[in-house]
Design a protein around this ligand. Structure first.
Ligand code: MN
Length: 230
């Protein structure tokens, strides 16, 4: 584990790790087509990261189609991509010994009103969390920013993990951005904001960014729903 407050050199390494993953996600969106499996996409990601300056993955990539998205730690399978599925990809790269962590959910083909509703709730919760990530807020209160919004919308019991965590040499470091963590954010801490909603047997949505407190989110990619249709 690295220190909870990162210095400029450490932050620069994390930014490089984030950039590799941003580029990777853009490449994935160009690569995805119907009939591809979760495993094929995960393999594409690993290859991209190690051929674009990454030392490796921060953790085993999660690629989840449709109902697989209801499992926060879904392990990629040979399930094939079909129209009407949401796809959640959670991935990270290591650069100079430091990690990045990134999740997006996109639509493949036309999705239902229910899928859109869930996406929009997670989108808004994550946006509020990102905006609230500032020095002085406690991790407990930051978690509540996302959790209270999702609860207001009726899905509080479907947001089954903490809002985020510190990132550094390890993919999960202090502070834990969750209920009961009194730690106050300070400039230079690096944390994720990653609310999600998980409907068992049906679908899931998670959106995640890595942020430097005092600087904001590091990814240059926004979180609006992207639909791939080919
Ligand atoms: Mn994470």
């Amino acid at each position: 584990m690295s220190e909870i407050i990162k210095n400029a050199e450490q932050i620069a390494l994390i930014k490089r790790a984030v950039k590799i993953i941003d580029d990777c996600y853009e490449a994935v969106l160009k690569e995805v087509k119907g009939g591809m499996s979760e495993i094929e996409i995960a393999n594409f990601i690993e290859k991209f990261v190690i051929t674009h300056g990454g030392e490796g993955l921060s953790f085993d990539t999660i690629v989840a189609f449709g109902a697989g998205g209801a499992e926060p730690h879904h392990v990629p399978t040979d399930k094939k991509l079909e129209k009407g599925m949401l796809v959640t990809i959670d991935m990270g790269a290591v650069y100079g010994g430091y990690c990045s962590d990134f999740t997006r959910t996109f639509a493949y083909g036309e999705i239902s009103d229910k899928q859109r509703e869930i996406y929009d709730i997670v989108y808004e919760a994550q946006k509020r969390g990102v905006e609230a990530t500032k020095a002085g807020i406690s991790c407990h209160d930051l978690d509540a920013v996302c959790r209270d919004y999702i609860t207001e919308k009726g899905y509080g019991d479907k947001f089954i993990h903490t809002t985020g965590h510190g990132v550094g040499r390890l993919i999960h470091e202090d502070p834990r951005v969750g209920k009961g963590t009194g730690t106050l954010l300070e400039n230079g801490m690096v944390v994720t904001i990653e609310p999600g909603i998980y409907l068992e047997g049906e679908m899931g949505v998670r959106i995640e960014d890595t942020l430097v407190v005092g600087e904001g989110k590091l990814s240059a990619l926004d979180t609006k729903l992207i639909t791939i249709d080919r």
